[in-house]
Design a binder for this molecule. Structure first.
Ligand code: SF4
Ligand code: SF4
Length: 480
């Protein structure tokens, strides 16, 4: 903390203190203990100190409880166990008597504007110094990584002492050097560190020219019966199954405070899962104008050839994979929406369904005025067509009834695609289900261009068209 007196006897670092206690080594706390900090380590240190001393234990924190980084349950247990919280107080100096801690001088803070991390900054109030008597002080304030071994390298550090690394690849400023976890993020979780490890490993493979295959996400496809049962579960309020806690009067030692759930309670807790990743539909339920609809698709994994145009010559070589695992998809019908924002408010993610989801227009004239994320579907005796506008340009894809071919066309290209391995949906007037491959049967250049054209866009159009024509065929699509 770099304050006067912190080298005195009775001042401890929280992690050293916890380590000593865990090893059974004696720690002289005296009677009155102050713990400085608001994170989980501070809460652990305070609860541990409370078990080792008969005097008061106080947590000193520079902001208020609302801004404390410790998890709420930890803060709650700290207070339940009789530890007090001194909010809006920053340590100014440790007052020593004969070399040992006698008190902590603090200065009172008020909260100012929010900082970069979104938390309001503590601002010391001049002349508000006060003292808290103590026999021991445990410092549980933020730690910084020891990166002295990087001196002389091109790895650059941020102002807070962490390593600057690319968020997606974990590559630092030094060639072939990757970093992740707390040394980049500051205090974070083991899960985030593992995720960084994966990103770095993938980036290293790419650098070495090795192919990486992302693990398949296996999503459970809910049956109609399961969806009905889930809707019933959502309509009821089921209390959480809480683990049994050690009664307060028995918490003098280091016995386990929070038990694990019994098998029965764990199963009952798991049954409360609302399976939002498989079935959400909140934006469908809350729209007062019925402007959002669910449609279903079969999960698809399509191998798409890559189309390239070099010196006015079209070729198809290489491959990219297009995959969609989630069987329930949302389409937004723009004609019905008055942009009330309800679906945005209720969306479980940080989404704006009325803008982010594919926006379907039922009137051609409205569709033609759109620049981006606009779709229009026509049906006729021969089959279905989907049109899409992106960047003010239009593309269309037509699928003939029961056929295994689709015709895609935009301002640059015309491509006849065979949807190989497509079992027929049997619905007669719908595009087919479950293709395994997109193969190019013929292609024609309408306008010269340089570079690659991805078939992921046509594949997305194909999947939407297939879903709409099979699950939402009742919508008033215009007849061709
Ligand atoms: S913004 Fe549009 S789609 Fe969303 S709830 Fe309102 S009317 Fe419905
Ligand atoms: S867009 Fe949001 S509200 Fe709608 S289904 Fe997806 S997560 Fe749920």
């Amino acid at each position: 903390m770099h304050i006067e007196g912190e080298e005195g006897e009775g001042v401890y670092d929280a992690l050293d203190f916890l380590n000593k206690v865990r090893r059974g080594e004696p720690v002289d706390l005296g009677s009155r203990v102050l713990v400085i900090g608001g994170g989980n380590s501070a809460m652990d240190a305070a609860r541990t100190a409370k078990r080792l001393t008969s005097g008061p234990v106080t947590v000193v924190y520079r902001r208020t409880r609302q801004e404390m980084p410790a998890i709420e349950e930890e803060i709650e247990e700290v207070l339940v166990e009789g530890i007090t919280l001194e909010e809006l107080a920053s340590p100014a100096r440790v007052i020593l008597k004969e070399g040992r801690v006698a008190a902590l001088e603090c200065i009172r803070n008020e909260l100012g504007e929010a900082g970069e991390d979104g938390r309001r900054k503590p601002i010391p109030i001049e002349g508000s110094e006060f003292e808290i008597e103590a026999d021991a002080i445990i410092m549980a304030i933020g730690q910084v990584p020891d990166v002295s071994f990087l001196d002389g390298s091109s790895v650059s550090l941020r102002k807070n002492g962490t390593i600057a690394a690319h968020p997606q690849t974990c590559l630092t400023g030094e060639k072939h050097t990757y970093a992740g976890g707390d040394v980049v993020r500051g205090p974070s979780t083991i899960i985030e560190a593992i995720a960084d490890g994966r990103r770095a490993a993938e980036a290293i493979c790419r650098e070495l020219g090795l192919e990486t295959v992302p693990p398949a996400v296996v999503l459970h496809c809910l049956s109609k019966e399961e969806i009905v049962s889930l809707k019933k579960t959502r309509a009821r309020k089921e209390p959480q199954n809480r683990a049994k806690m050690l009664p307060l009067e028995q918490r003098g030692g280091f016995d386990l405070v929070e038990e694990t759930l019994t098998e029965e309670a764990a199963l009952s807790e798991a049954a409360r899962c609302l399976q939002c990743s498989t079935f959400c539909d909140k934006c469908v339920e809350v729209c007062p104008n019925r402007a959002n609809y669910t449609y279903t698709i079969s999960p698809v994994v399509l191998r798409l050839p890559k189309v390239s145009c070099q010196q006015s010559k079209l070729t198809a070589k290489g491959e990219e994979v297009f995959r969609l695992d989630q069987t329930r998809q949302i389409i937004h019908i723009d004609d019905f929406c008055n942009e009330c924002g309800n679906c945005e408010t209720f969306c479980l993610h940080d989404g704006k369904p009325y803008l982010d989801k594919p926006r379907l227009f039922l009137r051609e004239s409205d569709f033609e005025l759109e620049e981006d994320n606009a779709f229009y579907v026509e049906r006729g005796a021969k089959g279905w067509t989907i049109r899409r506008r992106e960047g003010g340009k239009e593309a269309r894809l037509s699928v003939e009834n029961g056929g295994h071919e689709a015709l895609f066309e935009n301002d640059l290209l015309k491509i006849r695609i065979s949807t190989v391995g497509s079992p027929s949906s049997g619905s007669g007037r719908s595009p087919t289900n479950g293709p395994a491959d997109f193969q190019i049967k013929a292609m024609e250049m309408k306008k010269d261009f340089q570079g690659e054209f991805s078939l992921a866009g046509p594949a997305k159009m194909y999947v939407i068209l297939k879903g709409l024509s099979t699950s939402l065929a009742f919508l008033p699509f215009e007849e061709m």
